[in-house]
Design a protein around this ligand. Structure first.
Ligand SMILES: Cc1cc2nc3c(=O)[nH]c(=O)nc-3n(C[C@H](O)[C@H](O)[C@H](O)COP(=O)(O)OP(=O)(O)OC[C@H]3O[C@@H](n4cnc5c(N)ncnc54)[C@H](O)[C@@H]3O)c2cc1C
Length: 386
């Protein structure tokens, strides 16, 4: 049973936004939910669905031109929400393709780079990845040690990246490295370039329907035209992360809704002490709290989306939404798992998979605590990172 829309939030979306949401919802119902349990067991991302996501206009969704759909940020948020209702892995794929691969090209690439790469990326023929994190530099990316040294014809890259989503299956990697002056720059490295390998990280207990990789760069030579001309300084990498964090904040709502809908239905049908557990006050208290929190999360991202469309979204506002919504989703998933009792720990139900996924989402794209510190700095003017 769908959860009643108590605050009539659906009325705040345009007809076009609702149509996009329904389209993605149908895709998730028909193409993702039937297979997701097995993909999660096998730890595979079904690459065969990439062309279908591309055909729906989900790749580069907010970009105007180059064959992209050019939808507004609220519609893009609804896309992320519906995808993550299926599994965080699909929303991660789209966040990385859009915010971390196509956005850096759009914002910092040359016209030639945009014309060459954006159309096939929109068609899903070229998969992108973004490699900023290193084994010893996660929350502190400014310390990264991957080197970019100028050569006669271009650059040579050396270093190791870790936790790069999609890298093993990627055709194009956006690599962040320091030049001889210690300035962080973004580079494009094409699949098959000698010196680059991207082994998959195995043994994950979270985000299993998503490819996570290391990227090894050993004297990897790239031509001068593969440097992103505008990607100079850590700030430019952080601008990409801001794009991805926006979609994460919306996506978390989808994961929370999936868990909540499953738990409400379960509580109404699970009989203990001769009555549905939904009739117990302690259960209703949990449901009431989750419903309110999810409604809050939905309002937060809707307003954030409007500000994104107006070009007025401060990066701290994005941090606030990522932090609050992912925490809300994770707490919702844990409470829903509790409400399902022992049934909550098997994959006949979706809650445990979402709960495990959200542990990664809580950590990536700036951990929960790093977003706390971003907000603290914005409020007080004092940076408390170090
Ligand atoms: C599934 C997955 C996919 C990912 N995809 C990508 C990707 O595509 N590209 C990419 O570049 N990276 C990616 N990442 C990496 C991700 O962004 C990092 O994991 C994240 O930034 C945290 O870094 P870390 O794991 O090294 O943790 P650390 O930075 O080592 O943090 C460990 C703990 O210390 C805390 N901490 C750190 N510094 C402070 C501080 N100053 N004050 C208080 N507490 C602090 C953190 O909050 C955390 O609790 C991915 C990660 C995962 C799990």
């Amino acid at each position: 049973m769908p959860i009643p829309d108590l605050y009539r939030l659906d009325e705040l979306f345009t007809e076009e936004q609702r149509l996009i949401q329904r389209t993605v919802r149908d895709f998730v119902d028909e193409k993702i939910l039937p297979g997701v349990r097995q993909w999660n067991r096998d730890a595979v991302f079904p690459v065969e669905l990439i062309p279908e996501m591309a055909a729906l206009g989900l790749l580069g969704a907010t970009i105007q031109g180059w064959g992209c759909a050019g939808v507004d940020y609220v519609a893009y948020g609804l896309i992320a929400q519906e995808l993550e209702r299926g599994d965080s892995g699909f929303r991660s794929f789209v966040s990385v393709q859009n915010g971390l691969s196509m956005y850096p090209l759009l914002a910092f690439g040359s016209e030639e780079q945009k014309d060459r790469w954006l159309p096939p990326m929109a068609r899903g023929e070229v998969v992108g990845c973004f490699a900023l994190t290193e084994p010893d530099f996660g929350s502190d990316p400014g310390g990264l040690i991957t080197q970019a040294r100028r050569t006669a014809g271009g650059w040579v890259l050396n270093g190791v990246k870790r936790w790069s989503t999609n890298a093993t299956i990627a055709d194009l990697a956006v690599i962040w490295a320091k030049d001889e002056a210690g300035v962080i720059r973004g580079f494009l490295v094409e699949k098959g370039t000698p010196g680059m390998t991207a082994p998959e990280i195995t043994g994950k207990l979270s985000l299993r329907v998503s490819v996570s990789s290391e990227v090894h760069l050993d004297d990897c030579h790239i031509p001068a035209e593969n440097a992103l001309p505008g990607a100079v300084g850590l700030k430019t990498a952080l601008m990409c992360l801001n794009q991805a964090r926006y979609s994460i904040a919306w996506g978390a709502v989808g994961a929370a809704l999936a868990c909540f809908e499953e738990a409400v239905e379960y509580a109404q049908t699970r009989i203990q002490f001769d009555r549905p557990i939904a009739g117990f006050q302690l259960v209703q208290a949990k449901l009431a709290r989750m419903w309110t929190e999810i409604t809050n999360a939905r309002l937060l991202v809707l307003r954030l989306g409007q500000m994104m469309d107006q070009g007025k979204a401060h990066h701290a506002a994005v941090s606030m939404a990522k932090r609050y919504n992912v925490q809300t989703a994770l707490e919702t998933a844990r409470t829903c798992r509790d409400l399902l009792g022992a049934s909550g720990i098997v994959d006949d139900y979706h809650v445990f998979r979402h709960m495990a996924n959200l542990e990664s989402v809580y950590t990536y794209e700036g951990t929960h605590d790093i977003h706390t510190l971003i907000l603290g700095q914005e409020l007080t003017g004092l940076a408390a990172y170090a």
